[in-house]
Design a binder for this molecule. Structure first.
Ligand SMILES: O=C[C@H](O)[C@H](O)COP(=O)(O)O
Ligand SMILES: C=C(OP(=O)(O)O)C(=O)O
Length: 365
């Protein structure tokens, strides 16, 4: 007789299922949450128009620069709304040269453990009130949309997009999940342009493969609007593209690195125009370096670069970041408008960096 963790091999009626699951808590269905917090015709029209504009920039038809900018993560919706209102002003000011899309990131991939974002833990205390998180994320997207500002997010979970993706104009798959078949399949069915980050080791081939895989039709397991497990058949996403974010070997935003990555995308039959992330490994996660990276990119754009379709930057009301551990730290002690995940550029630096990018586009495109 073999002893096991839960009994003996002689006791076949003992369940072998969900041995390490402590709870299943049904969520409201996507259909229920969408009915509670509907987009409405005006916002749907704006989102579709923003997606078309982003597509045109990625294809080089619209000569503006796509600028995906905003907090590393949304943890305080009220501060996030203030940031959005300020950014909407900049979007209007620079609309001739920049298409500004706000980072509204609600799901954080962690290197090990840590706060996983507003959807997973909206109360920042480890209580994981996911129904409240889904509603908070959706309400935030509605609020930002009402300002006329398009939104961008990372899709990290295969189920959460059903609750929020209709309100998103640009999506990303992160460096830690670009190689995942689940995420590539997901992108093949998403309605907006989606960029794949290169891997955390700096490898771009995984993102090129991802772009190819997601542009093809796929069939996989997912859920429908009623939350039913479903076979999902997709048409493929023709607007997949590459995001260069640097890697463990260092940055990859130099003209040579961008040129090489762009040529590899073209050779694979994928969009050669790329988005360059000034943050993450391209700035060594140093928020002050982000502005320097953006200036270098602006210089090249001003000199006529045609490979950079867009840039990404992490920015919030206050510069830097503050350490926060759910269940240990008190949310009441947090500095308002400062990131609790990666370090962000502060507002003043952001304004100046975007103004220089707009000037560069005016000069070079
Ligand atoms: O942008 C976000 C972070 O870089 C990513 O989520 C990893 O964060 P961590 O290394 O702090 O877990
Ligand atoms: C997690 C992010 O980036 P990366 O996947 O490049 O680490 C991000 O942009 O928030």
């Amino acid at each position: 007789m073999t002893a096991t963790e839960h009994g003996t091999a002689a006791n076949p009626s003992h369940s072998t299922n969900n041995v390490r699951v402590s709870e299943f808590s049904p969520l409201p269905t996507p259909g229920e949450i969408l009915a509670e917090l509907p987009a409405g015709d005006v916002l749907e029209y704006r989102i579709e128009r923003a997606r078309q504009e982003i597509r045109a920039i990625l294809d080089g038809v619209d000569r503006r620069l796509l600028v995906v900018v905003g907090p590393c993560s949304i943890h305080d919706v009220e501060a996030g709304r203030e940031y959005a209102a300020r950014l909407a002003g900049l979007a209007e000011k620079h609309r001739e040269h920049l298409l500004i899309v706000m980072r509204t990131y609600f799901e954080k991939p962690r290197t090990t453990v840590g706060w996983k974002g507003l959807i997973n833990d909206p109360e920042l205390d480890g209580s994981h009130n996911i129904p409240a998180g889904l509603r908070a994320a959706r309400q935030f997207l509605l609020d930002v949309g009402a300002l006329g500002l398009p939104t961008a997010t990372e899709f990290l979970e295969p189920i959460s997009p059903q609750y929020v993706a209709d309100l998103v104009s640009w999506g990303a798959i992160g460096a830690r999940t670009t190689e995942s078949q689940i995420h590539r399949q997901l992108v093949s069915g998403l309605s907006m342009p989606v960029g794949f980050k290169n891997g955390t080791d700096g490898g771009v081939q995984v993102a090129i493969d991802a772009s190819q895989a997601s542009s093809a039709p796929q069939a996989f397991l997912g859920i429908d609007d009623d939350g039913r497990a479903s076979l999902v058949a997709t048409r493929g996403n023709k607007d997949a593209h590459l995001i260069l974010r640097g890697g463990s070997g260092g940055p990859n935003y130099s003209a040579d690195a961008v040129g090489a990555a762009s040529a590899k995308m073209a050779a694979a039959g994928q969009n050669p125009r790329v988005v360059v992330d000034a943050s993450h490994a391209n700035s060594g996660k140093d928020h002050e370096r982000q502005a320097l990276v953006l200036d270098e990119l602006a210089e090249r754009i001003g000199a006529g670069d045609s490979e950079i379709a867009g840039i990404m930057a992490e920015s919030f009301l206050e510069p830097g970041a503050q350490k926060y551990t759910p269940g240990q730290d008190d949310p009441a002690d947090l500095v308002r408008g400062r990131s609790i995940t990666d370090k962000c550029m502060g507002w003043d630096v952001t304004q100046e960096a975007l103004a220089r990018l707009a000037d560069a586009v005016a000069q070079g495109r």
